[in-house]
Design a protein around this ligand. Structure first.
Ligand SMILES: NC(=O)c1ccc[n+]([C@@H]2O[C@H](COP(=O)([O-])OP(=O)(O)OC[C@H]3O[C@@H](n4cnc5c(N)ncnc54)[C@H](O)[C@@H]3O)[C@@H](O)[C@H]2O)c1
Length: 374
């Protein structure tokens, strides 16, 4: 079997899909997660999909010495980490405005500790989850990696701070290979429907909101603003399939293995899609109607942003392959089969498939056929 790779945040949404992609590419992933927003069952199911054991180390990376202890243990088992894919962190923009120190602690401080531990254990390759949020309100779209970085909230500023730290460290430590990935808007789920996004409480992003309305968990979808400067007035974003994103991590890690220095890449499709277009696509793919409500704009939201993904294509040979239809179909399969997400947090992995009752699905379908709307 291949090299051992640490995946911090491996029990989370994107991390669980990265575990599957790494295993499929022949690596031995190890998930490191404090389960603050992750699920043991996500790792268990990723392991089942991958057909190999995937250990989960329940560790809080903000604690001094925590990452060291895991690295030391795997080195002493003769399975030293060849590289790290670092996804652990907090990601709720609104919460970061209310509690910025929590975000600097979880994102920036944990990353400092992880980098120090990496250095001590001579781990030479890292992939880091950054975000299109670092661009703030771009001057032009599509946005490329040279654009000015003006994140508009503390969450985005923690991502930028970590990016700068990684660039500085890779200049100081010449053997280090780093790939910073600026994700656009990952949605959807593994095509099996066994792993997917499992928001705790109210979803912060539009796609899980749509699937929860479709499942009858919420009554209607609020669209924040229909007077943006876009074709249909709703915000435009670059949605990409989470499995395309996961596969990009494997290629980025392999690049970091070969190439010291720091590379920064956008991962997106290069196509802008409006919220309304996303909803209409979901309705067509699922055969369900999503009741809508137009609400006021949210402060800080921008009209439109999508990626120029050309650099990732040139350097990694990576391109998003899956269509918007597949994102909707796969995301809906996950939601439909797991209406309560990973049903419990303690790891039995039990789900309550079938809770979206046949009666509810048929009622929603009938409403769709009757053209019923709010
Ligand atoms: N989902 C998106 O739309 C998006 C977009 C751009 C960037 N990102 C970034 O990608 C990464 C993964 O995002 P996600 O959507 O999978 O989020 P997620 O919340 O599902 O996953 C993050 C994981 O990190 C874990 N974690 C948090 N703090 C930790 C700590 N101190 N120690 C150990 N584990 C900790 C959580 O338990 C969780 O499982 C995040 O860094 C996020 O900022 C996400």
């Amino acid at each position: 079997m291949g090299a051992t790779v640490m995946v911090t945040g491996g029990a989370g949404y994107i991390g669980s899909h990265v575990l599957v992609s790494l295993a499929e590419a022949g690596y031995r992933p190890v998930a490191v997660d404090d389960l603050s927003n992750g699920n043991r069952a996500a790792v268990e199911r990723a392991a089942a999909l991958a057909g190999q054991a995937i250990p989960l180390e329940v560790v809080d990376l903000t604690k001094e010495g925590a990452a060291d202890a895991v690295m030391h243990r795997y080195a002493s088992m003769e399975r030293p980490f060849a590289g790290i894919i670092h996804l652990a962190g907090r990601k709720a923009v609104g919460e970061s405005v209310a509690a910025p120190l929590k975000y600097y602690e979880s994102n920036v401080c944990a990353s400092v500790r992880l980098l120090r531990a990496m250095h001590r254990h001579r781990i030479r390759s890292m992939v880091f989850s950054s975000s299109a949020t670092v661009y703030g309100r771009p001057d032009a779209v599509p946005v490329n990696e040279q654009a000015v970085l003006t994140p508009a909230n503390p969450y985005g500023r923690t991502k930028l701070a970590i990016e700068e730290m990684l660039r500085d460290q890779s200049r100081a430590d010449r053997g280090l290979g780093v790939a910073i990935l600026r994700y656009f808007n990952p949605i959807g789920a593994h095509a099996s429907g066994h792993i997917g996004e499992c928001p705790q409480g109210e979803p912060a992003n539009v796609f899980p909101y749509i699937t929860q309305v479709a499942a009858g968990i919420r009554d209607r979808l609020s669209i924040f603003g229909n007077d943006y400067d876009t074709a249909d007035g709703t915000g435009v974003r670059d949605y990409l399939h989470v499995m395309d994103l996961a596969e990009g991590h494997v290629l980025a890690l392999e690049h970091a293995f070969q190439s010291p220095g720091c590379l920064t890449l956008n991962l997106g499709t290069g196509r802008g899609v409006s919220v309304l277009e996303l909803v209409r696509t979901f309705e067509r793919v699922s055969g369900l109607r999503i009741p809508l409500h137009i609400a006021a704009r949210r402060p800080g939201d921008i009209d439109a942003i999508w990626a120029d993904p050309g650099l990732a294509a040139r350097i990694l040979g990576w391109q998003a392959r899956r269509t918007l239809d597949e994102m909707c179909a796969d995301g809906w399969r996950w939601q439909r089969n797991n209406p309560k997400g990973y049903a419990d947090k303690d790891g039995s992995g039990a789900t309550e498939a079938g809770i979206v009752s046949a009666a509810r699905l048929s009622a929603v379908s009938k409403a769709a056929m009757a053209g019923d709307s709010e």
